[in-house]
Design a protein around this ligand. Structure first.
Ligand SMILES: [Zn+2]
Length: 152
């Protein structure tokens, strides 16, 4: 089965009304979107998904942007940003533990020593790669997020 992934960018004018200082500003916001379609989907599905994704990215960017006047973000903006990354980080370690425990749980025919090695190897490989990848990706997104908003 073949799958294609399309990435796209969208731009639109958005208005900010700061909940802290009441400042209003207009901005040109750029959103990035990605969409995937398999050969089972109709032609153009990936592009449609990418465009919808880019539109959501624009809404997220303007919803949580730092106010250009008082430099405050809306309530909960930090939690909305970091929540999924914390979840992915924890998920990577938990998944490593679950996969590593499979030989023991399903009583696969392995020696006890091999089960212990399999557990720690799987747990650490997934955990360590999660530890390396997730914070780096999160940090680069964090740096990038306000750059998607250009005040007019
Ligand atoms: Zn403000």
């Amino acid at each position: 089965m073949e799958a294609i992934t399309v990435t796209t960018t969208a731009r639109s004018l958005q208005r900010l009304q700061c909940k802290h200082c009441g400042h209003t500003a207009e901005a040109e916001v750029t959103g990035f979107g990605e969409g995937t379609q398999s050969s089972l989907n109709a032609e153009g599905t990936a592009l449609e998904r990418a465009q919808a994704d880019a539109q959501k990215d624009i809404e997220r960017a303007i919803a949580d942007v730092r106010c250009p006047k008082c430099q405050m973000r809306p309530e909960g903006a930090e939690a909305r940003f970091w929540g999924p990354w914390v979840g992915m980080f924890a998920g990577g370690w938990v998944l490593g533990g679950i996969l590593g425990a499979i030989p023991t749980v399903f009583d696969i025919n392995m020696s006890q020593e091999d089960r212990v090695i399999a557990f720690w190897a799987t747990f650490l490989i997934l955990g360590v790669s999660t530890t390396l990848v997730v914070p780096l990706t999160a940090h680069s997104r964090y740096v990038m997020r306000d750059r998607r908003v250009r005040w007019l």
